[in-house]
Design a protein around this ligand. Structure first.
Ligand code: PMP
Length: 404
């Protein structure tokens, strides 16, 4: 039976982590995976998450919560809190009761739930993602049934900046009804977000051409350290009157990677549409995984609802985002001090977890093979893997790679 099965290509980022783990070199650095690390290079369980988990353990003990199935669309209080976190408490869509959330298997699952719905119910087949984008967008939409994957221009390799004109032109040429995946903030992998004025033009074209915005919000709080600021683009599109989807991930901002805590926020024109939509999404989820896990959703729910815990969480987000900003400065300073050929201002201008260095595949290969620095071959580095103790080695290694 199974002899027909061919080997699939490995997933680059997971392969990198495995290779790095097997590497015995003392100065190896893993800049592949997008996961926060402390200045000592260790994973971080947010103290506020530990507190919430201690509370949940008590609730389990008292049997006020249990391991019964959640509803198909998840914990309602979590989905409502997550929806309000991204749309903002004063959102017109919330006031008019024309928005709702679906607890999903983290950001990936929210994208998949949304894509399944758009393909099955609205027969959408064309989707656009930025060039470049997070490696999973194409696979998620194709596996949901979308047949026509297209790119819009985003990265300008000459300036290591945003190709705004290219993006607008590609959106202008998109067919009516196409689904456009937009990174809400901290674009992965480039770390470049449109300005507010540019978002205005993007919204103009999308409205004129009747394109459907599907925001992917995986880094709220992580970009600027401020939850509201990072949700600006999503809220702006709501104010402009779009119907839209927004996937939310709590992997990064809560450090809940393996708990699969996420939400699909749905905004529609009229609240009368919601009941039918929920009933269809229910069938989609039922067939895929029946209902979501509770633990991560409960943690997020507790923190978002409790004023004190919420404050503590905001502090944690600031710790993470400022550490990344410091490392950006440290890396840029060192490269400039070494007079590494090229411009390095983009390292501090880019925001979020990643930096798109502009290093060529050959330079990346050199770093990997000769320097034990593990990064994606498109030149993306996770700034979280950069620490005060490996900054010098990293800058010197990049300097060598560029000068080769
Ligand atoms: N979208 C983007 C742009 C991402 O970078 C990620 C995480 N790497 C996700 C979605 C989803 O991650 P998760 O499924 O862990 O929430």
């Amino acid at each position: 039976e199974f002899a027909v099965v061919e080997a699939a290509p490995p997933i680059e980022v997971f392969q990198l982590s495995r290779d790095c783990q097997a590497d015995t070199h003392t100065q190896k650095i893993n800049l592949g995976v997008g996961a926060y690390r402390t200045p000592e290079g260790k994973p971080w369980i947010l103290p506020v998450v530990k507190k919430a988990e201690a509370q949940l353990a008590k609730d389990i003990d008292a049997e006020t919560i249990n391991h019964e199935y959640l509803p198909v669309l998840g914990l309602d209080s979590f989905a409502t809190a997550a929806t309000s976190m991204v749309l903002g408490k004063d959102s017109p869509a919330l006031k008019e009761e024309r928005a709702f959330g679906v607890q999903s298997l983290s950001g990936t699952g929210a994208l998949r739930n949304g894509a399944e719905f758009l393909f099955r119910q609205l027969k959408r087949t064309v989707f656009y993602f930025s060039d470049p984008t997070w490696g999973n967008h194409g696979l998620i939409f194709k596996n949901a049934g979308f047949t026509d994957a297209r790119k819009y221009r985003y990265w300008n390799k000459d300036t290591c900046g945003f190709n705004f004109e290219g993006m607008i032109e590609d959106l202008q040429n998109a067919p009516e009804g196409a689904v456009i995946i937009l990174h809400a903030c901290a674009h992965n992998p480039t770390g470049i977000d449109p300005s507010q004025e540019q978002w205005g033009k993007i919204a103009d074209v999308m409205q004129e051409k009747k394109l459907f915005p599907f925001f992917d919000c995986a880094y709220q709080g992580f970009a600027s350290g401020d939850l509201d600021q990072d949700a600006w683009a999503v809220r702006f599109f709501v104010e402009r009157g779009f119907e839209m989807f927004c996937s939310q991930s709590f992997s990064k901002n809560f450090g809940l990677y393996n708990e699969r805590a996420g939400n699909l926020t749905v905004v529609v024109k009229d609240k009368s549409l919601i009941e039918n939509m929920k009933s269809q999404i229910t069938l989609i989820v039922r067939a895929m995984y029946s209902n979501p896990p509770a633990h991560g959703g409960r943690i997020v729910d507790l923190v978002l609802k409790d004023e004190q815990l919420f404050k503590e969480w905001c502090e944690c987000i600031k710790v993470m985002s400022s550490r990344i900003i410091e490392m950006r400065q440290g890396l840029r300073e060192r490269l400039e001090k070494l007079s590494t050929p090229g411009q390095w201002n983009h390292i501090t201008e880019q925001i979020g977890m990643f930096s798109f260095t502009g290093l060529t595949p050959e330079m990346c290969q050199f770093l990997l093979k000769e320097k034990h620095v593990y990064l994606l071959k498109n030149g993306r580095i996770s700034m979280c893997g950069v620490t005060p103790s490996n900054l010098d080695y990293l800058a010197e290694s990049i300097n060598e790679a560029v000068n080769k």
